[in-house]
Design a protein around this ligand. Sequence first.
Ligand code: HEC
Length: 168
Amino acid sequence: MQKTQPLKLILATSFILSAISGAAIAQQETVVPATKVTYGDYQNWRLLAISHRQDKKTLRAILGNNKAIEAARQGQTQTWPDGTVFAKVVWKETTHPSWPQAIVPGDFEKAEAMIKDSKKYASTGGWGFGYWEGKNLKMYPQEKSQECFACHVAVKAHDYVFTKPVLQ
Ligand code: HEC
């Protein structure tokens, strides 16, 4: 979805332009990098930690909104306060073209969220599970959230959060 939307837009624009001024412009307009991505509001958030999933061959940045950063700095992570939002931004891993021993982010894969609201999300440990579709944060339906939560139960003792902030 995320990748096809801008492409669709460009294709639509190209179509109109080509109708007006010929196919040459259309060809120019369709040359768009396939990995062009729209980021959500987490784009301006601070980094809490990074992770590398060897099994999934992805690199992740775990970012926090102001509430999360404030809580991390004050050591209020047991439990995280209501209003905390984490973004887990995931890229496929690749090797640096000039230095193959360095593993670096490749194509953007997805951005997922955890939102603390102890009342609203009481049935999943006080955490809502969501994802960004382009700029928009959407919540997963109940069934999917239960799946997310089921795995995060492994770190129940840490308020269901795997990430240990390393940059505060
Ligand atoms: C099979 C286990 C598993 C499932 C299912 C799972 N997660 Fe996680 N999640 C992890 C692990 C392990 C980490 C820490 C390492 C990493 O960054 O991936 C994590 C980290 C996170 C983080 C960063 C905060 C934290 O807890 O460290 C967010 C946000 C997150 N997951 C969202 C989700 C969402 C949304 C879903 C459901 C669509 C989900 N997770 C499903 C295992 C899981």
